[in-house]
Design a protein. Sequence first.
Length: 549
Amino acid sequence: MTASDAPPTAHPRRRLVLAGSALLSLGALGCAGPASAPSTGPSSDAGGARRTPRSAVPRDAPMPPLAADGALLLDRITWGVSPSSLRRLAEQGEARFLAGQLRPARTTVLPDEVVVRIAALTISQRPMNELVQELERQRRAADALADDAAKTAARQAYQQTMTRLAREAASRSLLLALHSPDQLRERMTWFWTNHFSVFQGKANLRAMVGDYEDRAIRPHALGRFRDLLGAATRHPAMLRYLDNERNAAGRLNENHARELLELHTLGVDGGYTQADVQELARVLTGVGVNFGDTPPRLRPALQATYVRDGGFEFNPARHDFGDKRVLGRPIAGRGLAELDEVLDLLARHPSTATHVCRRLARFLVADAPDPALVARLASVFSRSDGDIAAVLESLVADPAFRASLGTKFKDPMHYVVSAVRLAYDDRPVVDATPMLGWIARLGEPPFGRQTPDGYPLDEAAWSGSGQMTARFEIARAIGSGTPALFRAEGGAPVGASAERPPPPALANVVWDRSTRDRVAPATRRALEQAASPQEWNAFLLSSPEFMRR
């Protein structure tokens, strides 16, 4: 590293706002394309994770040779390059590293402090059914109170409990995104949670979203699409969010059927008709949610077809047992088996292969992926019976993927997580509260998308001037050191790491082996104007180059 590359240790104070404004202008211009260079399953509860102490490798420790685009590869398939992940890639080699990411071990290895933090969460200690039942009793008790003040206080306590559970779910997601070595699985968990999007603000979904992500999505994020589709479709969070518990014979509610076709499988141009929506809604009649203690009273003839699995319920008294026809295929009316037959049909439909692979390519390659690339991926999807890992393996091996590295604009979640991973790789973050605030400020809070289409994946949604200004302020906070990241919820210290940390050293091995050679001259000039290591960090994290993956 040359003297001009390094963050200053002593320098006449310059106005941060001037250099910051210059970088924001560069960032806005950089949104039009990549910056030019000078000549990124298993249950995540305590039982699903092994502890490992985190030992920082000395910054000057020798590192094996690394491909020139190694850091860019990590920025694309993980939650952001870090010194330790760059070293892991160099030591394992790209082929072995990718194989481990595509087919990770069932047990996740996490730092001790993170295992303890996740294990302490209520959502890790108690099953969703138990939590929802307890909350329902709490709600009924509050509604029954005669005193208005007491009723208001009890209702507020109920809402606060649900909000805390949702915050726990989001915190667990972020802690795993930061620390899990199975980075591709965590990236795909976010992608599929967004693809099968639910909104935590509806009804009591705040008590369900943690289970939805951890039980319905994460175990299948790199598995078979059919298994993922079934788990998401049948989860109480999805059924309640899309109103399917209101869907009954003679009183059809088409919400779930429509989104299942338009968003989750075939796509809006996938060849289905309004008649298909109505027929699928009939298939879905009786599929709903029941967290009660007792099953419904049924006629003897229907009792054998009743199904209860946790909060999921198939109530035959509400089902339309008539024959149906979906996408031209006759479906014999017989109960819940109809849904399995239709999900098999949808998961293996050519339009589903195209729609899903287009979204994967949009997420991992380009905002407007080449139709030829999508067709190649869809072919792998169909041949492999929807093997997600096989599709991703083909995607990463495609020349279009390699050519796109460093060009995709980071959405808010990726921006914040990648900044924290780069800055604090040497100490375990245990409190994600500051990160949740930053991500919410940028407009992408976990489980916060009200509409079922999920957060947008394109650059235009996240590159406005207000977004860039907010990112600069967040870059300042991260680059200056954020003690709250190293405290357990409630502010209790977590060992020595709870002491106020020094500013992170972003002029690290990632800078030495990758970033320094990619920054444009204008970014380099802005870095040279930094008056302190904190400002240098802020300028790097708000640079056009860091905005892309």
